[in-house]
Ligand binder design. Structure first.
Ligand SMILES: Nc1ncnc2c1ncn2[C@@H]1O[C@H](COP(=O)(O)OP(=O)(O)OP(=O)(O)O)[C@@H](O)[C@H]1O
Ligand SMILES: [Mg+2]
Length: 496
């Protein structure tokens, strides 16, 4: 029996690049091409596309913008963007928004590209089998079940507490992981709190993959700003004709993840009407899809996460107290990155390794100066912000080179000591005379400019409108000096 080829959609407004991509891929994949995003949307609506390969530069919108829209409408399609290094700065922050699986740089290498696409196809299969086809899977043959359980076994290793959640020896994350490990095996509900980007979803996955449900589906649903009816249809499902435009029965997340775990993210934003419905479902252990007269058994572990203080929401009457007690069987709070600075170099190294795999460009690690700047910065966007910063550094840096502090963005370079991140904060909170406060800012500006110019005094003094002698004087006054090269020996090695 021949296996059906995976369908790949290539979107590029330049006919010549469309043709050359098609020529290289047509042997192995069923290739569809579109010269505009409108054409691409039509193809996505009419065909079962597994992978979309989109050029970044297009006349009506950028590749990343288009792929962000694709993610909304066809979340299962694996998204890959192709672009030149020169576009990197513009797109890097959009990469995570669009949930990009891989970033292919031009000129692309035909064999490497085919390899990337093959991996993307297996990723598609795994993701689909793991998260979306739980129902079909229960009905499918033994062989398919074995394949999926092997795939899940791999995922399980990824979320092992000792590898998956990176942290230092005396990091407060150790206590968090101990709690996660303790609660994982029991079917209780867990509320995971923490600021944006602190790893709430990662913690939820770790609970799932270390629970008895680990070989069933894990699914995430963001609840923020969704109406009660939409949430009801998303989680409980609906029958044909029960909601406007519903041409088929729709299995809700609780059904698709039967036997597994569901994470309700941004749970504090659940509309009051839905809070009542969810509470009833959790109490009764059953639910009814919209428009159906049959109830279904609820067999999912519900985890919830929030970056707001849910107790405070209860006190203010915005969240039902009874639902809060149902959901917060145990509460786990993830500390901000600024409260666990010892994790910063370890995380930087780990995130570089994952960025190298994602972007497909090598780097030798970070310079000691880059790491010490990262350690000083307060990372208000936590690990997610750091991941973006590192992906950008990797793209902008020399291939195979050491990533130096000059590649860091100004906000990171400007941070002088823990707890002070922006100028307004210094102005508002620093104690001392006016002269002392102005000097503190002057020292930060000098340091940032020097690092950006790799300690080249001529360039820095020119930019700042100072004489070289003047700059040297100020450097002495503020004890600013380049850390010597031997510091690089301590650089954390990334990659390989
Ligand atoms: N301790 C850690 N070790 C390794 N990776 C981490 C760690 N913490 C977070 N990450 C990574 O950082 C990114 C952000 O984490 P995650 O999505 O879990 O955070 P979040 O709190 O859910 O964020 P948001 O509030 O934005 O939804 C992910 O790529 C995650 O894998
Ligand atoms: Mg999250």
């Amino acid at each position: 029996m021949t296996q059906r080829k995976a369908t790949i959609l290539i979107v590029d407004d330049e006919v010549r690049s469309l043709e050359s991509l098609e020529r290289n891929l047509a042997d192995e994949f069923d290739v569809k091409t579109a010269a505009t995003t409108a054409e691409a949307e039509q193809i996505l609506a009419d065909h079962w596309v597994q992978i979309i390969l989109c050029d970044q530069r297009m006349p009506d919108k950028s590749g990343v913008e288009f792929l962000t829209e694709v993610r909304e409408k066809w979340p299962d399609v694996i998204r890959i963007v192709i672009s030149g290094y020169t576009d990197a700065g513009d797109i890097i922050t959009g990469l995570n928004e669009a949930g990009i699986y891989h970033y292919v740089t031009k000129p692309w290498h035909p064999e490497k590209l085919v390899l990337t696409l093959r991996n993307a196809v297996s990723m598609f299969d795994l993701q689909r089998q793991n998260e979306l086809l739980a129902i079909e899977l229960r009905l499918s043959g033994k062989a398919a079940r074995k394949k999926v359980s092997d795939g899940r076994q791999k995922l399980r290793q990824q979320y092992d507490f000792d590898d998956g959640i990176v942290r230092g020896k005396s990091s407060p994350m150790n206590a968090v992981c101990d709690t996660l490990r303790q609660v994982a095996p029991y079917d209780i509900s867990v509320l995971i709190t923490g600021a944006s980007g602190t790893g709430k979803e990662l913690a939820a996955r770790a609970i799932h993959y270390n629970s008895l449900r680990w070989n069933k589906a894990f699914a995430v649903r963001k609840c923020g700003s969704l109406r009660s009816e939409v949430l009801e249809s998303e989680l409980f499902g609906h029958s044909k004709g029960a909601v406007a435009g519903a041409m088929y029965d729709h299995a809700g997340l609780f059904e698709r993840a039967f036997g597994g775990t569901v994470l309700l993210d941004e749970v504090c934003d659940l509309p009051p009407a839905f809070q009542v419905k969810l509470l009833r479902v959790l109490q009764d252990g059953e639910y009814r899809p919209i428009g159906s007269n049959q109830t279904r058994k609820l067999d999912v572990r519900v985890l919830v996460s929030s970056d707001k203080d849910l107790e405070e929401e209860v006190r203010n009457g915005r969240f039902r107290k009874d639902l809060y007690f149902r959901l917060a069987g145990v509460t786990v709070h993830l500390p901000a990155l600024s409260e666990r600075r010892e994790d910063i170099p370890l995380l930087a190294n780990y995130l570089l390794k994952t960025a190298i795999e994602k972007i497909g460009k090598e780097a030798a690690g970070f310079s000691a100066e880059a790491l010490s700047c990262m350690k000083r910065y307060s990372w208000p966007g936590n690990v997610s912000e750091m991941r973006n910063e590192i992906e950008r550094m990797l793209v902008m840096g020399e291939p195979n080179g050491l990533l130096g502090a000059d590649l860091l963005s100004a906000k990171v370079l400007m941070a002088t000591s823990p707890g002070t991140e922006d100028d307004m904060q210094i102005l508002g909170s620093a104690s001392g005379t006016l002269k002392e406060r102005i000097e503190a800012i002057e020292a930060r500006l000098l340091r940032e400019t020097l690092i950006r110019h790799r300690w080249n005094k001529s360039k820095a003094s020119r930019e700042l409108g100072l004489s070289r002698v003047g700059l040297r004087g100020k450097m002495q006054r503020y004890h600013l000096e380049k850390k010597e090269e031997h510091d690089d020996a301590e650089a954390v090695q990334g990659g390989k």
